[in-house]
Design a protein around this ligand. Structure first.
Ligand SMILES: [Fe+2]
Length: 115
């Protein structure tokens, strides 16, 4: 199901390349990358919650990588004259907050367990 959705999005963006140039794919990619940040953070929390701490660092690293991708695509959209006029997706929180919030939650969980 997720693969079908990705294929459809990819094909639509591919067609739009011929109509709008590179703006549409950059815009679409930026939106997708923005969502991916949160999805990797959520995956890291699920990994922690089910005892797979060995996976959390990798998943948080992927969230950080997606944060960099979102930054790149946002910057590309903003250099395009039409892109500057488009409403952009929400700006993600600073990159450092990915691990900070995860660590804060872990501390809170430990405090609950110790209490
Ligand atoms: Fe990415």
């Amino acid at each position: 199901m997720q693969f079908d959705r990705a294929c459809i999005i990819g094909r639509v963006l591919g067609v739009l390349c011929h109509v709008m140039g590179w703006l549409a794919p950059m815009y679409g990619a930026g939106r997708l990358e923005s969502r991916n940040i949160g999805e990797y953070e959520t995956a890291a929390r699920h990994a922690r919650d089910c005892g797979r701490d060995d996976l959390t660092d990798c998943l948080l690293t992927m969230a950080e990588v997606e944060w960099e991708h979102e930054k790149y695509f946002r910057s590309r959209v903003l250099v395009h004259p039409l892109g500057r006029r488009l409403p952009l997706w929400s700006m993600p929180a600073p990159k450092e907050t990915i691990r900070e919030s995860f660590a804060r939650e872990a501390e809170g969980t430990l405090e609950l367990v110790e209490a």
